[in-house]
Write a protein that binds this ligand. Structure first.
Ligand code: PMP
Length: 460
């Protein structure tokens, strides 16, 4: 958007390095500087209103400036604004939140270890998988299997787990010990004429072959999002987890569930694992844990891992891991309140109630000349743009068609995210039917803007 920049936009450009941004083009794009939010809307410094169709980064599930959340945070800041859990210190909200997590967990959970971000939680998972195998006297069982297009964060280890080129190139990643298995996206990776069932069987066979080639005695863990989010909203085919899970069980490989996006109602279940039939041993949560009113993440651990950590700590003298802000009291208080709200406002029921409308509006987008594939589960979805619907040929990534369409959408007063040429949708779970319809109406218009641009500029 090359209109005149405002003063605050100029200050932004001069002061900030923006994550996940073409840094050489910030001035040309024109930063969107936000001032406030209310419900599903955010407002820029000029007062323009936008429907926030991504819940920020898949995280603000209760929308913006919820009074009860603001109150809970304020109360905690007045009571105990900071403390930590090092050296057997504690505070009650940390305990209360852990107890709630144990109650709603989809698999048996014994204890909770806090951190601040999804990346930190996943980094912690890998350190724990290593520590666990050292405790069991298996020093060679250390490799981690993640998947192409999986997203697990951007710290050195979590970015290594992430299976996306932009997180590796020129960052000298991935580090050793990380193996990337197939992505379960039938539309993109299914062979000509291959059924979903045959695709799943092939992926399971490939996985088994990978484990056998590497040696199961060298593989510590598998990490997976129930539904891939930042890799392009990829919903695995029916039977995928049921097919691969026994392979890990057979080879005594830990299964880690990355529920950073899918946790806390996003799919209509408390956890996405339940929605796709995944039964991980341990789970990472963040984002909607606090509805993102403060940073907080957690690793939820089964008894057998806690036992191993305790026995290893006894040998060494201390469990040498922890973050200054891990389990910050503000985050814990907001986590307790968010879960209370999810329960008393029946947010899971809301998501289930809205899901058919959401799915129907997404299905309708498949008719658009620019859309090749649509994916949806609960209140998360993705639509994939293609240059040619018949051959599935994508646009040249350099043309940035997805980014341009979300730019058109922004001009029309709604915010979504382009992941390459997939446009992701992840609206706040408190969105109304009317607001959801409005979001889709605006997206349809933005897609028409996109079609006009593609035709005019000859981008096919
Ligand atoms: N795991 C998943 C599934 C995610 O979607 C993300 C963030 N989008 C992360 C981990 C990393 O979380 P953070 O950005 O809080 O480090």
């Amino acid at each position: 958007m090359t209109t005149q920049l405002t003063n605050v936009q100029v200050r932004d450009i001069e002061a900030l390095v923006h994550p996940y941004t073409p840094l050489h083009r910030v001035r040309e794009i024109g930063p969107l500087v936000l001032d406030r939010g209310k419900g599903v809307y955010v407002y820029d410094t000029q007062g323009k209103e936008y429907i926030e169709g991504m819940s920020g980064l898949w995280c603000a599930g209760l929308g913006f400036s919820d009074e009860e959340m603001v109150e809970a945070g304020t109360e905690q800041l007045k009571r105990l604004p900071y403390y930590h859990l090092f050296g057997a210190k504690g505070y009650e909200v940390a305990i209360e939140l852990a107890e709630k997590l144990k109650e709603i967990a989809p698999v048996p959970i014994s204890k909770v270890l806090y951190s601040s971000s999804g990346s930190e939680a996943n980094d912690t998972q890998i350190k724990l998988a290593w520590y666990y195998n050292n405790a069991l006297g298996r020093p060679d069982k250390k490799k981690i299997i993640s998947r192409v297009k999986g997203y697990h964060g951007v710290t050195v280890m979590s970015a290594s787990l992430t299976g996306l080129p932009n997180n590796h190139i020129d960052f000298d990643l991935p580090v050793p010990r990380v193996l990337h298995a197939d992505c379960p996206h039938h539309y993109r990776f299914g062979l000509e004429g291959e059924t979903e069932e045959a695709f799943v069987a092939r992926l399971a066979a490939n996985l088994r072959a990978l484990i056998e080639k590497e040696g199961p005695e060298t593989i510590a863990a598998f990490i997976a999002e129930p539904i891939m989010g930042a890799g392009g909203v990829i919903v695995p085919p029916e039977g995928y987890f049921a097919a691969i899970q026994p392979i890990f069980e057979e080879h005594d490989i830990l299964m880690i569930g990355d529920e950073v996006i899918t946790g806390f109602g996003r799919t209509g279940e408390w956890f996405g694992s339940t929605a796709v039939g995944y039964k991980p041993h341990t789970i990472s949560v963040a984002k909607q844990l606090t509805a993102s009113y403060a940073p907080l993440s957690a690793v939820m651990l089964p008894q057998f891992m806690v036992d191993a950590l305790e026995s290893e700590s006894a040998k060494i003298g201390v469990f040498g891991h922890g973050y200054t802000y891990g389990g910050h009291p503000l985050g814990c208080a907001l986590g307790v309140k968010a879960i209370e709200i999810y329960q008393k406002r029946d947010i899971l029921g809301r998501v289930r109630g809205l899901a058919p409308l959401f799915a129907a509006r997404i299905a309708k987008l498949a008719e658009h000349p620019l859309i090749g594939d649509v994916r949806v589960k609960g209140l998360v979805g993705g639509v994939e743009l293609v240059a040619d619907k018949k051959t599935k040929r994508p646009f040249d990534p350099k043309q940035g068609v997805g980014a341009k369409i979300v730019g058109f959408l922004q001009a029309r007063g709604a915010i979504l995210r382009a992941i390459g040429d997939t446009i992701a949708l992840c609206p706040p779970m408190v969105i109304s039917e009317a607001e959801l319809n409005e979001l889709f109406d605006r997206l349809e218009k933005a897609l028409d803007d996109g079609e006009a641009m593609v035709t005019k500029d000859g981008l096919r």
